[in-house]
Ligand binder design. Structure first.
Ligand code: C2O
Ligand code: CU
Ligand code: CU
Length: 522
């Protein structure tokens, strides 16, 4: 007899009683249900506590700090500035000293100001305990002067970039750019404005231009505090990075501004690391948008909201009536995502930003000029608007690749007009910033840009699923070995690798190799 027959004949072994299996299954189901319940509760809790609304809760009892204009001297025909990155403590919140970083002080930095045609030198000294860099955001300059990750300044060292200002009047800014640590360095307080003037621009003289009087820097940042110190955590559910519930303007909490003229020009800079603001006034009054990232618009654009993603600037001119008070606010920005993303990325948040207090008698301001500057004309003379390059943003990558300091991703020939198509494939917002140049927006999902996006830009918001095409041209400076950057300016994304490197080369020249010793270490 075969063993198998034996097996068949033998009584089957007792199966585990059905009730035991069921008990195990039931236990697993119970655990899963409990987890689901906890998960849902957590999400519900996060959902209900996520929105920040500070309207009516901001005291407006501190005078807005105005970053001082940086001192400079002229040496051999060059305007020389000195900046020192340092640490210190700052009374950000009333009665509490917070550890912060700043340039020539403990928080933020002085406003640099220079004229078109001037040659500038900035001596940047690093008094911090770690390597940093200083990048001139929006500036047209040689790659070796750009202050990106390839121009590290080690602790105790001084870096002295020099270049000639050659672009229209604009509100630019400067901030660190060490690869992987940019978010922290900016968040701790390293940032400042860089205002460019253009003596050839007649309109600039007709706009309010008395710095700190009727021409006001407005550097907006959101912070999160724990026990008096800045916290560096990130929300579990936010796709965009660190979002704070406390706003500072020029480092001032609860600021007001005394206004003495009919018109005041606000140079808005979103120097936050992840938050998008939709600025407007408490009574929805209209204001004139006169400039975007790269300078003056062709003509003033009357708006009641202006949306700024991290890194973007807008210059607005607003009228006040004698004796009145009105608040600049940030309204819930349209982030174009689903309801969950919107909620957790700040799409429901509302802030009181800055109170304007008009004097009982206001000095008359000149009327706004009807036309401001020539419109960008990069498309003129192009025989086709074909896309030259495509950039797909998804996850923390661009075109499927994360930033590699040794890899040159894109090689561009000098003086060629290119059309770049940038697509956001994600469910949350990104934005796209290009170094060295200002670009012109060709279309947004095939539509001509609205007037507020029709001027010179260096950073643009991309809502989920959007494709934006930009025209750009790199001129004057070539260097096959030193790259410039393009990246998402939601700086935690940038730090996590959503950045690429390009070199500008001469006609027919090819890209070289990145100098391995030029890397910022941190
Ligand atoms: Cu404002 Cu590459 O940066
Ligand atoms: Cu930049
Ligand atoms: Cu991003």
């Amino acid at each position: 007899m075969s063993t198998s027959t034996t097996a068949v004949e033998s009584p089957s072994p007792p199966r585990p009683p059905r009730s035991r299996t069921w008990r195990i299954v039931r236990r697993v189901l119970l655990v899963l249900a409990a987890l689901l319940l906890i998960g849902t509760a957590l999400l519900a809790y996060a959902w209900y506590t996520a929105p920040v609304d500070t309207v009516g809760k901001v005291p407006f009892d501190r005078r807005l700090a105005i970053p001082p204009l940086a001192e400079s001297h002229v040496d051999n025909g060059r305007r020389v500035f000195d900046l020192t990155a340092q640490q210190g403590t700052t009374e950000l919140m009333p009665g509490t000293e917070t550890q912060t970083w700043g340039f020539n002080g403990s928080y933020l930095g002085p406003t640099l100001r220079a004229e078109r045609g001037e040659e500038v030198v900035v001596n940047v000294t690093n008094d911090l305990a770690e390597t940093t860099t200083v990048h001139w955001h929006g500036m047209h300059l040689p790659a070796a002067m750009d202050g990106g990750p390839h121009q590290p300044i080690a602790p105790g060292e001084t870096w002295s970039p020099t270049w000639t200002i050659d672009q229209p009047a604009a509100t630019l800014w400067y901030h660190p750019h060490p690869h992987g640590a940019t978010e922290d360095h900016i968040y701790r307080g390293l940032a400042g404005m860089f205002i460019l003037d253009d003596p050839e621009s007649p309109a600039a003289q007709l706009l309010p231009h008395d710095y700190g009087v009727d021409d006001i820097p407005v550097i907006v940042q959101d912070k999160r505090f724990d026990d008096g110190e800045l916290t560096y955590g990130r929300s579990l559910f936010s796709g965009t990075g660190r979002l704070g519930s406390t706003l500072l303007v020029n480092g001032t909490y609860g600021p007001y501004l005394d206004v003495a003229t009919d018109l005041v020009r606000l140079r808005l800079l979103n120097a936050s690391t992840a938050r998008v603001y939709d600025f407007g006034f408490s009574d929805d009054r209209e204001f004139d948008l006169v400039a975007t990232d790269g300078g003056l618009l062709p003509e003033p654009v009357s708006l009641d909201r202006v949306l700024l993603s991290p890194g973007e600037r807008a210059e607005i001119v607003v009228a006040t009536a004698p004796g009145e008070r009105v608040e600049l606010r940030s309204y819930p920005p349209d982030l174009g995502g689903d309801f969950l993303t919107e909620r957790f990325d700040g799409g429901s948040d509302r802030f009181d930003v800055l109170q304007l207090r008009a004097a009982d008698e206001l000095q008359a301001s000149p009327d706004l000029p009807a036309s401001l500057a020539p419109a960008p004309a990069l498309l003129d003379g192009l025989d086709s608007l074909d896309t030259t390059r495509e950039f797909v943003m998804s996850g923390r990558s661009i075109n499927g690749q994360k930033m590699d300091m040794d890899r040159i991703d894109t090689t561009v020939e000098v003086d060629q007009t290119e059309i770049w198509a940038i697509t956001n494939r994600d469910g949350n917002v990104h934005n796209f910033h290009v170094h060295d140049t200002q670009f012109q927006i060709v279309d947004v999902d095939g539509q001509a840009p609205p007037p507020e996006l029709a001027g010179w830009k260096d950073t643009v918001l991309l809502r989920p699923g959007t494709t934006i095409r930009i025209a750009l041209r790199f001129s004057d400076y070539t260097d096959p070995n030193v790259p410039y950057m393009y990246h998402c300016h939601l700086v935690s994304h940038e730090d996590q690798g959503m950045m690429g490197q390009f070199v500008v080369v001469g006609r027919g020249e090819s890209a070289g190799e990145v100098d391995a010793h030029s890397h910022a270490r941190h």
